[in-house]
Design a protein around this ligand. Structure first.
Ligand SMILES: C[S@@+](CC[C@H](N)C(=O)[O-])C[C@H]1O[C@@H](n2cnc3c(N)ncnc32)[C@H](O)[C@@H]1O
Length: 217
């Protein structure tokens, strides 16, 4: 069996290749934080992807939870998807920009990853087409607008498994996202709520007492 460190280094090799890729990607206006001033793969890889330690932390959480099914909103170039896929039985990921989805598929092919289902379209259009699958981890990393974040969570909550977690990226990215996060953590449906600054975690796991924590790493 290959070492998990070797697998992570391989994903980071793919990141290096993306950083060197000068091919243009047409940008689409899909929501806050989804447009870049210039459109090379390298520019997008530098500005939009989760940094290694955060992607690895999310992957570690998937492993700890024994994740069967994971869902990601915001594939981009597919690197965090790749990390999650190594620690879940299967991942479904949604991306609105077909050019990014196409480039992400190349990354997964290069990494020999076969447990990713990739869907293309606006989150609002694709979420209602998901089957009744239950997800153990839902990672929301696209369209960083407070109202959109809350809408996606409401749409997906019935598909969160009993012990599952929702990870909300960029909760402190704007005043609007801060307000949405504050409103979310005041909702009665959640038990454990954790603010990791770069992202927030919510779970309705009934085995946990209601608690809120702030952890910086
Ligand atoms: C921050 S990037 C995701 C980064 C990726 N999760 C990672 O860490 O490697 C956000 C992505 O969400 C996509 N996106 C933003 N709003 C969207 C929407 N409303 N519907 C579909 N995709 C959207 C953008 O095109 C962009 O590729």
């Amino acid at each position: 069996m290959r070492s998990p460190f070797l697998r992570e280094a391989t994903i980071e090799e793919a990141r290096k290749e993306l950083h060197a890729d000068r091919n243009a990607i047409d940008s689409l206006d899909l929501g806050a934080g989804s447009q870049w001033p210039s459109g090379t793969v390298a520019d997008i890889a530098r500005s939009a992807l989760k940094r290694p330690r955060h992607a690895q932390a999310i992957a570690g959480l998937c492993k700890h939870l024994g994740t069967n099914q994971a869902l990601e909103l915001g594939t981009c170039l597919g690197l965090t998807t790749a990390y999650i896929s190594k620690n879940a039985s299967a991942v479904t990921t949604i991306e609105g920009n077909p050019a990014l989805e196409k480039r992400a598929r190349l990354v997964w092919k290069q990494l020999n990853i076969t447990n990713i289902t990739s869907l293309t379209g606006n989150f609002d259009d694709v979420i209602p087409t998901l089957n009744s699958q239950q997800y153990d981890v839902i990672f929301i990393d696209g369209n960083h607008r407070g109202a959109a974040l809350k809408r996606y969570i409401d749409l997906l909550f019935p598909q969160l498994s009993e012990y599952g977690v929702i990870i909300c990226d960029d909760i402190h990215w704007s005043a609007d996202m801060e307000q949405a996060w504050e409103e979310l953590i005041s909702e009665q449906r959640w038990t454990l709520k954790v603010d990791f600054y770069e992202w927030g975690l919510l779970t309705a796991n009934p085995r946990l007492a209601p608690e809120f924590h702030c952890i910086r790493f």
